[in-house]
Design a protein around this ligand. Structure first.
Ligand code: SF4
Length: 289
């Protein structure tokens, strides 16, 4: 049986960089804080926590005096940087450079919109940390929207700059931007509307590569944390292409019956799945057969 690990699976560059920064800090110091998980993978988080990573809440800033706080790849609103300064917290900024550039773009657009009483719309998930960070950079002008229904509550006679959370689905975003453009035209004969395609290329490139991978093996083992929305989305894409797709988070979830009379197995995972876990899964499948 041939077992192949999907070369495009595993950490995206932003998550990879954040983990690398955390590991480097933990090598020098045995304590580092972060607001919530660095990624949606329980086993990888357990590994980092065993090395000294501690999870903190936003309200804990007061208690982190002289301690180090890692800013995750999702980024943070400017308020976090100000609070850290006020309370003597050392920040290790692991905001993904793609997200950082987007925050700057949102800020520039907000400055422009402020002058013309315009608005910033962010197409994304309301409580997603990246969206909270982006909204914070919009100087109070942002509204988060996730579907066409949300448009009804907006004043579309005012100028609009539209951005997307970096991990949204490209097709959904494009359809939404098109619909919004049509709606704005009902209120503005010459629309002052710009749609910024801010979806991360790493996310858009991944889907066609995964479809190809899933079509070329008999069985797919998709490895991901159960909480990862990226993992759920990519798993469903595999399942559509290859009905013999199975989701696992841990080695003990593998079943011998999945590999009976099978010639090829592909192992793939979410943007938060560590390579070491996919390698462990490959080794375990070999052992089972
Ligand atoms: S998905 Fe893209 S934007 Fe988001 S952290 Fe990864 S590389 Fe950065």
């Amino acid at each position: 049986m041939i077992i192949t690990i999907d070369k495009t699976a595993g950490f995206c560059p932003g998550v990879h960089r954040a983990i690398h920064k955390a590991e480097k800090e933990l090598e020098q110091d045995n304590e580092l804080f972060s607001y919530g998980s660095l990624l949606h993978n329980e086993l990888e988080m357990q590994r980092l926590q065993a090395d000294g990573l501690r999870l903190a809440e936003k309200d804990d800033m007061l208690l982190l005096n002289h301690k180090k706080l890692l800013i995750r790849a999702h980024g943070e609103p400017p308020e976090t940087y100000m609070l850290a300064k006020t309370h003597g917290v050392e920040l290790i900024d692991a905001t993904c450079p793609v997200v950082k550039r987007l925050q700057q773009k949102v800020r520039r657009a907000a400055e422009e919109m402020k002058k013309v009483k315009g608005q910033i719309l962010i197409f994304g998930k309301q409580n997603h940390p990246e969206v909270i960070g982006l909204s914070g950079h919009a100087m109070g002008l942002a509204t988060v929207i996730s579907s066409a229904e949300d448009i009804a509550a907006l004043d579309l006679s005012r100028p609009v700059r539209l951005f997307s959370q970096t991990t949204m689905d490209s097709d959904h975003y494009n359809a939404f931007a098109l619909f919004l453009d049509e709606e704005i035209r009902k209120y503005q004969p010459e629309p002052d509307f710009i749609s910024h395609d801010s979806i991360c290329h790493h996310v858009t490139k991944r889907v066609p590569a995964l479809k190809k991978f899933a079509a070329n093996v008999d069985v797919i083992i998709f490895v991901s944390g159960k909480e990862s929305s990226n993992g759920k989305k990519l798993f469903n894409i595999c399942l559509e292409i290859n009905p013999e797709t199975y989701f696992v988070s841990k080695l003990n979830e593998l079943r011998t019956a999945w590999f009976e009379h099978v010639n090829s197995v592909g192992i793939s995972g979410a943007a938060s799945t560590p390579l070491w876990l996919m390698e462990d899964v490959a080794a375990k499948i070999k052992e089972m057969n």
